[in-house]
Design a protein around this ligand. Sequence first.
Ligand SMILES: [Zn+2]
Length: 164
Amino acid sequence: MVALVLAYYAVLRSVLRAQPALRRCLTRCGHCGVFFLTDPRNAGRDDLRCPFGCRQAHRRRQSDRRSAAYYRDEAGQEKKRALNAQRRKTPARPSPPPPPVAELPPAWPRPMLPYLRMVTSLLEGRPISLAEVVAMLLRALRQHRMVRARRIDQTVAWLHEEPP
Ligand SMILES: [Zn+2]
């Protein structure tokens, strides 16, 4: 986990060096204190939470609180009954095809994806879809594996030439 954070900060530093204009998007999580880049529209805010879990947790708490308060009163109860009745009547709409997230290794932190999408959109200056981010990641992972395999091949070849 520590290695992951260090690697992340190294990337963040090089991104900021390459694109000093993004420095104003640098923000610190109000919950855990980690640095991250935020959407330019949110630049300067100090009440933001990081996309590595704190934001999701906060949002879940908020929505739990909202729905609890909403259904507590009488009108809410009435509405809930109507909604449930309607839900039984309308068939589930077909959901849009999911991005190829399933192809990513299970160890890959899924909450990072929307964040990566935002950062790559900022870097490339165009809107990038989640599917594109996943495709980029898969490409990078493949490349990484290939480089590693080549390095091992070279080491094996070298050991053949110069046995220890
Ligand atoms: Zn956080």
